[in-house]
Design a protein around this ligand. Structure first.
Ligand SMILES: Cc1cc2nc3c(=O)[nH]c(=O)nc-3n(C[C@H](O)[C@H](O)[C@H](O)COP(=O)(O)O)c2cc1C
Length: 312
């Protein structure tokens, strides 16, 4: 019997689509599997590369989970899908606005109800909080998260912080200033790993066997959680909603006031990150020494699809 996989995705530069295509190549080669792509399109497209005010101006709405308007999506092809792949990227430690908007919409929630879902993330290196939100949304739709694959930039945190900004705000993906490494997932990594994941997914789809997909993917390195980044992201998760409230003046800011706050924030945020990163890195090194069991438990939890239900 023929099987159907539907990919719901949003990408600005195409990086995420490249990762999805590489992962799903083995499925494309199977005549018994039909793969369909549905691209989410914001009615007012986000710019790429982003301008300064646009980038920092999107912070509050993204962090506060305010939906953007999307072009209508025909979700009828999802009704008989054996597997739905949600391919998304985090923005400001949460789900990017287009994907979040779709998942919050009645159409999205109806389309994913009771479905088997696999997520593919392609990002810099901080995705844990976004994925927790995905887990929460899917559990409310009674959908099953059967696996997760995360592709990240291999550079050290502060280096990729510079290169991601050069990429998304300057459109420069190559060697920024001549010596920074290229931003993003390397083609070599994709070539080496993606089709292995695709083979596992294809087996599960063909045999309608989902129980061990997550373990198979993990066995092949589909998700890596670095404790230092996990600790840093945990701090950001607490601080970002506070910054978002500052930007919107708790929802009372006029457009003019918000612009001034965004302009200040755009300078303050990178400065704060640069100052706090070495301190947080130190904390992140010390914490596993103080409570190794707790850290191991946390790392293990985020490597898995299980949802413990503590994220709003
Ligand atoms: C507004 C914005 C915020 C971002 N925030 C994060 C983030 O919190 N964590 C992360 O790992 N990457 C972050 N990124 C990088 C993206 O996840 C992604 O790598 C990049 O935007 C390219 O994705 P694309 O496939 O949409 O072109 C951010 C990018 C943008 C544009």
């Amino acid at each position: 019997m023929n099987k159907k996989v539907v990919v719901l995705y949003y990408t600005q530069s195409g990086q995420l689509k490249q990762a999805v295509d590489a992962t799903l190549a083995p499925l494309m080669q199977r005549s018994s599997i039909q793969v369909e792509y549905l691209k989410l399109q914001p009615t007012h497209p986000f710019p790429f590369p982003w301008g300064y005010m646009e980038f920092f101006g999107a912070f509050a709405d993204t962090v506060q989970g305010r939906a953007c308007k999307l072009e209508p999506v025909d979700t009828t092809c999802l009704s008989d899908a054996d597997l739905v792949i949600l391919a998304y990227q985090p923005w400001f430690l949460t789900i990017s606005q287009p994907m979040h908007s779709f998942l919050q919409s009645a159409v999205g929630q109806q389309a994913l109800k009771d479905k088997n879902v696999l997520t593919i993330i392609a990002c810099r290196n901080m995705w844990i909080n976004a994925q927790e939100k995905i887990k929460a949304l899917l559990s409310r739709m009674n959908a099953s998260l059967v696996g997760q694959i995360v592709y990240t930039d291999p550079s050290p945190n502060l280096i990729s912080l510079v290169t991601v900004v050069a990429y998304v705000m300057g459109g420069i993906r190559g060697r920024f200033l001549g010596f920074f490494p290229r931003y993003g997932i390397s083609s070599a990594e994709l070539n080496a790993r993606a089709s292995v994941f695709g083979d596992q997914i294809a087996e599960s789809v063909v045999h309608d066997q989902w129980d061990d997909l997550e373990d198979q993917l993990l066995l092949h390195g589909a998700v890596e959680v670095k404790s230092s980044l996990m600790v840093m992201e945990g701090r950001g998760k607490i601080l970002f909603p506070i910054y978002a409230r500052f930007l919107t003046k708790n929802g009372t800011a006029t457009a003019g006031q918000r612009r001034v706050r965004v302009a200040i924030f755009g300078v303050a945020l990178p400065l704060m990150i640069l100052i706090l990163s070495p301190i947080l890195t130190l904390v992140a090194w010390i914490m596993p020494l103080l409570s190794p069991r707790k850290m191991k438990q946390e790392v293990d939890y985020y490597r898995h699809t299980a949802f413990r239900g503590d994220t709003p």
